[in-house]
Ligand binder design. Structure first.
Ligand code: NAP
Length: 495
């Protein structure tokens, strides 16, 4: 498989897509342009060319955003739930109208194939629609105390200014999954998008502005000084919430920093999803599911199937079928027609994938398809299936974050569950079986926050998304997503 990048003109494509997207930081309703020497160059991962530069926000810029968010909070938290709902609904509609532009912009800066970017644009907009619907459902509780002496009244109030830090792999959806519930709850936000993909975040900012979000309610500060900015904001008493999506490693350091000021934390961290196939499964359906669980977003997903455990009698057949599908994918620049697999986001991601595969092969794994770095321009790595992977291989313990499917066979149900749980991560898992009772039994035994049972996709704006173990704290999406931005207040009443 070779990578192809048809004739293109990055500057022209970028200019067209950026006609309505500002390239500045959004602070207090003002778009600040990059100044010389303080800019982040955004690259096209397929060509390694610069698309545009955005400001590299300083700690002072980020604190300015907290000033704006803090000032806007007093008004915003008092707006009616119906008003906030309607603003979010307009944001959903505007985002849906501009979905194609947004998808192309994501492909340009992230590299993902256009079908993946289109799916993300729709998924991201859905969080605005869902939280437009949830904004008017902030219910409390009232009960008589067991003694009968008083009433217990519980209300839920917005927590305050929230710091939202997002990754590059789903640059739109990870942001709307936080902004939607935060705004619905009545919070104001300071967003720090990933430095690889700030343009998508700025586009979302523009959409929200046009939807009627007042100045200061949503602030967006791209910055390469992530650690410094996060520490300064977490030390500021006005910031009462941190919602982070990213690696477990960075999540741990943020939790430690947040402990100093006892800031409420929601953490969506890394994964190492097992994909378990029993011999009684519909093998064609399992391969369809595997293609989604592994190849959605080119493998750069926290929910991506990272380890395939297949019952011994069907392991070779599964590897053959999966390799045929993986090998037929067209790799190339994500914006080009017919491309199904784009480049990885940057050189270090590509190098990490290559090293993991090379090490596994050196230890005896066999590449059924792929497995070789194509070289050349762009951060491409081919769809790869590895069979006979030794249990100690590093890629079974590491989040691969690329288009590589390692296959290991197992003997029985208890071994499958033990292998699946042999990790510090616990985000998503997948189980394929024709026996529903077994499917539910294994789904209960696997230590993950989400399970796909005969299904390769778990993400849904209406469902509680999140992990157990070192994959995170809290849930995003669904009804629970808004609770992360609300605090309970208990009022003991006598009347
Ligand atoms: P990352 O390196 O942890 O970065 C995520 C965000 O944190 C970026 O905005 C990054 O900014 C910022 N950051 C980096 N170091 C920081 C620090 N010391 N303090 C504060 N912020 C810091 O993760 P990534 O490589 O972008 O994303 C991939 C990871 O995200 C994977 O582990 C994946 O599993 C996880 N993820 C999880 C979910 C989920 O819902 N559980 C969803 C998607 C992705 P810069 O870009 O400026 O460095």
């Amino acid at each position: 498989m070779t990578a192809t990048a048809a004739n293109h003109d990055t500057a022209r494509e970028a200019a067209e897509l950026l006609r309505w997207v500002p390239s500045g930081a959004l602070i207090g309703g003002t778009w600040l342009e990059p100044t010389a020497g303080r800019a982040i160059d955004v690259l096209d991962p397929a060509t390694e060319e610069r698309i545009v530069s955005v400001p590299d926000g300083t700690v002072e810029d980020a604190l300015g955003a907290v000033d704006a968010a803090s000032e806007a909070l007093a008004q915003w938290r008092r707006t009616s739930p119906r008003h906030r709902s309607e603003v979010l609904r307009r944001a959903f509609e505007l985002m849906t109208e501009r979905a194609e532009d947004l998808a192309r912009l994501m492909t340009l800066e992230n590299g993902k194939a256009l079908p993946d970017a289109r799916a993300e644009a729709a998924y991201a907009a859905e969080f605005f629609r869902w939280y437009a619907e949830e904004a008017v459902r902030n219910v409390g509780e009232l009960m008589t105390a067991p003694s009968g002496a008083n009433r217990i009244l519980v209300t839920r109030q917005p927590i305050g200014v929230a710091l939202l830090i997002t990754p590059w792999n789903f640059p739109a959806a990870m942001l709307t999954r936080k902004i939607g519930p935060a705004l619905a709850a009545g919070c104001t936000v300071v967003c720090k998008p990933a430095s690889e993909t700030p343009l998508t975040a700025l586009a979302v900012g523009r959409v929200l502005e046009e939807a009627g979000v007042p100045p200061g309610v949503v602030n967006i500060v791209p910055s390469r000084r992530s650690g410094e900015v996060a520490r300064a904001l977490l030390a500021d008493d006005r910031v009462r919430k941190l919602s982070f999506t990213g690696s477990t490693e960075v999540g741990r350091t943020l939790l430690a920093a947040a402990a100093e000021t006892v800031v409420s934390c929601s953490m969506e961290l890394g994964g190492n999803a097992p994909f378990v196939v029993f011999a009684d499964a519909d093998l064609e359906a399992a391969v369809d599911g595997a293609m989604v669980a592994k190849m959605r977003n080119g493998g750069e997903a926290c929910t991506a199937a990272n380890r395939f455990y297949v019952e011994a009698p069907v392991a070779d057949r599964f590897a053959e079928l999966l390799a045929a599908r993986m090998g037929s994918l067209r790799m190339g620049r994500g914006l080009d027609d017919g491309v199904q697999l784009g480049p990885l986001v940057n050189a270090s991601s590509r190098d990490k994938v290559r090293e993991l595969v090379d090490d596994a092969r050196a230890d005896g794994a066999e590449a059924v398809v792929g497995g070789d770095d194509p070289g050349g321009t762009g951060f491409f790595y081919p769809a790869t299936v590895l069979a006979g992977v030794p249990p100690a291989a590093a890629l079974l313990r590491t989040e691969i974050f690329g288009p590589v499917a390692p296959i290991v066979s197992f003997a029985d149900e208890s071994e499958a569950v033990a292998l699946a749980n042999d990790t510090e991560y616990g985000l998503a898992s997948y189980v394929y079986t024709g026996d529903l009772a077994r499917g539910l039994r294994v789904a209960e035994a696997i230590e993950t926050g989400m399970v796909g049972l005969n299904r390769g996709l778990v993400s849904d704006p209406a469902a509680p998304f999140g992990g157990v173990k070192q994959s995170g704290l809290g849930r995003e999406g669904g009804h629970d997503g808004m609770l992360e931005y609300l605090e309970q207040k208990y009022i003991a009443c006598t009347w």
